[in-house]
Design a protein around this ligand. Structure first.
Ligand code: PAF
Length: 279
């Protein structure tokens, strides 16, 4: 496994890959956990070579404190992925990815109007900036993304189609801790009592699967909010019940064939997101 910490090192390692038309790519921001490993294992199984990137992308952070405190654990990350069969870890510097500031504004197909979009202005445009730059360097055949970032996955599918990029986008299921908490790099920032409180989020949102037979989406959201707030460590930023294809919130259960619930909950100052399929 080669760890390339600059563009030049990456390009040298890339040239040596045996079959450049069969490359799996897992872009990450590091602080790797079992969720990332499940994407990486799938890539290793499905491709001749697997490249992962570890790059905390400044353009997708709308909160400077979030960027400053984002966990950076390159050595531990490399030790974790080496036995899985990764060929190249690309861990570039900011100037390798952005030799000049990126001014591009992407067509996100309106998929950023809901959920995380209005709460994190510029976030998805920043994700599109970095992912298209990484695709350009890595030229992957397939690229793997977690369904935990449901909206990110939908937006990247859209951008890839819109720009006719020659890469297959593959979504992979959310990895959860035994107590149900969706795995996230940000979980390492929780205090012990917040970590104990956090699985309450998944327990509460799963109750929507019962409540959806008793009340409207709006009433279901209210019930979940009340249930989450019985734990004083947690504060709801938003809960949305939405059309899984357009991401548009639904007013009635028969408004869409596939319905998803997504939420962002604070265990201050850490912001946790999760989502589940309702139908
Ligand atoms: O999901 C993430 O970790 C990031 O948004 C990604 C896709 C690596 C882009 O920086």
């Amino acid at each position: 496994m080669i760890v390339a910490k600059s563009l030049a090192e990456f390009q040298a390692a890339y040239e040596a890959l045996p079959n450049k038309s069969d490359i799996g790519f897992v872009p990450t921001m590091g602080a790797l956990h079992e969720g990332h490993l499940s994407l990486i294992r799938r890539s290793v199984a499905e491709n001749t070579s697997t490249i992962i990137s570890i790059f905390v992308n400044p353009t997708q952070f709308n909160n400077p404190n979030d960027l400053a405190t984002y966990p950076r654990t390159l050595e531990a990350d490399c030790a974790l992925v080496e036995p899985v069969g990764v060929d190249i870890v690309f861990a570039p510097q900011v100037h390798d990815i952005y030799p000049e500031p990126d001014q591009r504004i992407f067509n996100l197909g309106g998929l950023d109007r809901f959920g995380e979009g209005p709460r994190r202005p510029g976030h998805f445009n920043g994700v599109a900036q970095v992912v298209t730059r990484l695709f350009n360097l890595v030229r992957p055949t397939r690229s793997y993304f977690g369904e935990k970032d449901f909206q990110q996955l939908a937006i990247l599918r859209f951008v890839t189609e819109d720009l006719q990029l020659p890469v297959e986008i593959i979504g992979c299921p959310i990895a959860r801790a035994e107590d149900g908490l969706a795995l996230s790099s940000r979980n390492t920032l929780l205090t012990p009592s917040q970590r104990e409180a956090a699985p309450h989020i998944y327990r509460c949102i799963c109750q929507a699967r019962t409540w959806m037979h008793e009340c409207t989406p709006a009433e279901t959201i209210q019930r979940i909010t009340d249930a989450i707030h019985t734990n004083p460590e947690l504060e709801t930023e938003y809960i949305e019940i939405f059309n899984a294809r357009t991401l548009e919130p639904v007013e009635n259960w028969d408004d869409a064939a596939e319905i998803q619930l997504g939420c962002a909950i604070f265990a201050h100052p850490v912001r946790l997101i999760d989502n589940i399929k309702l139908k």
